[in-house]
Design a protein around this ligand. Structure first.
Ligand code: ZN
Length: 106
């Protein structure tokens, strides 16, 4: 199965999140994708950053994990039950780590 479409979607989304991700990564010392290195950061208000940051960081983390799964060939396979995640679900949530039934069970 060709995941290029999802890969493009997720890389675009990561770029959108780039500013916040880069800043938070720097704080937490998490290695970041090279293509985010060039993103300028100019956020001075740490409280605002923190507020915006949590959701963005979580999404960026999931996106990065999903991109890793494309790299190693496990993208689209549920982490819980090893079943294929439906195309409908990946279209809705490209970085979904779990199939619909496992996600529901959380
Ligand atoms: Zn599952």
């Amino acid at each position: 199965m060709d995941h290029q479409h999802y890969k493009t979607l997720m890389i675009d989304r990561l770029a959108e999140l780039g500013v916040r991700v880069k800043h938070i990564d720097a704080e937490l010392g998490i290695p970041k994708p090279a293509d985010l290195e060039e993103q300028a950061i100019d956020i001075e208000d740490d409280e605002v950053l923190e507020h915006l940051g949590v959701a963005a960081q979580k999404e960026a983390f999931l996106l990065q994990q999903a991109l890793k799964r494309i790299e190693n060939g496990t993208y689209g396979i549920c982490l819980e039950c090893d079943e294929a995640i439906s195309k409908e679900r990946l279209d809705a949530v490209p970085y979904a780590p779990l199939c619909k039934s496992c996600a529901r069970g959380e």
